[in-house]
Design a protein around this ligand. Structure first.
Ligand SMILES: Nc1ncnc2c1ncn2[C@@H]1O[C@H](COP(=O)(O)OP(=O)(O)OP(=O)(O)O)[C@@H](O)[C@H]1O
Ligand SMILES: [Mg+2]
Length: 272
């Protein structure tokens, strides 16, 4: 709606998890390094947690975009399925073809694929987002998949990504074995105050029609402080606030976003 007014090719503060807009905050970069380390070292099971809207899905998608060619991957986004459906999805997303009628056949096909990939020097990664929603039996199934190994190395790298409830689940007595096998863990934190201006600039820069032109909009220092105050640095809330503030600026025909505008938007858009 306001894109032409500010000279954007697309809206800079969409709430989709578009990796094109990935901002390498110190915390997100560290999470990234943990993932790359875990995958390269074939650590088996990794867990990434973070509160709602801190950028977990965005991180997964960015990771997929940046993986080397010798890393084969599957991304499971909404694991509200039975164990067999979860296996079917993993097999399908990895591109394994065939008509598998039961769990045993699926696991056999997966095992064969993993052995073939290992022989070719490839690594296979399965990322499961929203892993806090997995049922105990599915988590147990994941542990069994991580048992697929040769004498020397784990054949399948599994990344569990979820809200902090995932950690509570993993502490359950029945999931002790799985919990013990998670060798790399990282908790994503919201952005720091000093990163917020850069985050806003970064997203605006990517959204601009002409990257060499003047930014087209400016957030005053006080406006940025207010955005931090209301969002506590959580990217999704930042995006909702900034998007609403841009709409406000457009309606008022100004390209300067100030503090009163942000305060008004916070009431309207994020109910504070
Ligand atoms: N590092 C980042 N760089 C740029 N944008 C980000 C970053 N982290 C998060 N965002 C933005 O914040 C919003 C929420 O991110 P995302 O959906 O990845 O969060 P989430 O942690 O997966 O949330 P949920 O807990 O609800 O699943 C998205 O619009 C995303 O683009
Ligand atoms: Mg998510």
């Amino acid at each position: 709606m306001y894109n032409d007014f500010y000279g954007f090719k697309e809206s800079p503060f969409n709430v989709t998890s578009d990796p094109e807009f990935f901002f390498p905050s110190a915390n997100h970069e560290e999470a990234f390094s943990h993932l790359i380390f875990g995958i390269r070292q074939r650590k088996g099971i990794l867990a990434i947690t973070g509160e709602i809207g801190t950028g977990k899905t965005t991180l997964c998608r960015t990771l997929l975009n940046r993986l080397d060619k010798n890393i084969k991957s599957a991304l499971i986004l909404n694991p509200y399925f039975s164990e067999i459906q979860l296996l079917q999805l993993i097999v399908k997303d990895l591109g394994i073809e065939g008509n598998f009628r039961n769990k045993l056949q699926l696991i056999e096909a997966l095992n064969q694929y993993l052995i073939d990939q290992a022989l070719e020097g490839n690594t296979v990664v399965v990322i499961i987002d929203e892993a806090q929603n997995l049922k105990i039996r599915q988590l147990e199934q994941i542990r069994l998949l991580s048992n697929l190994e040769t004498e020397k190395t784990k054949l399948l790298q599994i990344i569990l990504v979820g809200q902090p409830e995932l950690l509570d689940k993993l502490r359950l007595d029945s999931l002790r074995q799985l919990n013990q096998r998670i060798s790399v863990r990282y908790h994503i934190l919201p952005l720091k105050k000093e990163e917020l201006q850069q985050y806003i600039d970064h997203r605006i820069h990517i959204a601009r029609k002409d990257p060499n032109s003047h930014p087209g909009v400016q957030f005053s220092n006080e406006a940025v402080d207010a955005i931090f105050h209301f969002s506590h640095g959580t990217p999704r809330l930042i995006n909702i606030l900034c998007d609403r503030a841009l709409l406000n600026g457009f309606v008022q025909e100004t390209r300067l976003i100030d503090q009163p505008m942000v305060c008004k938007c916070a009431k309207e858009a994020i109910n504070v």
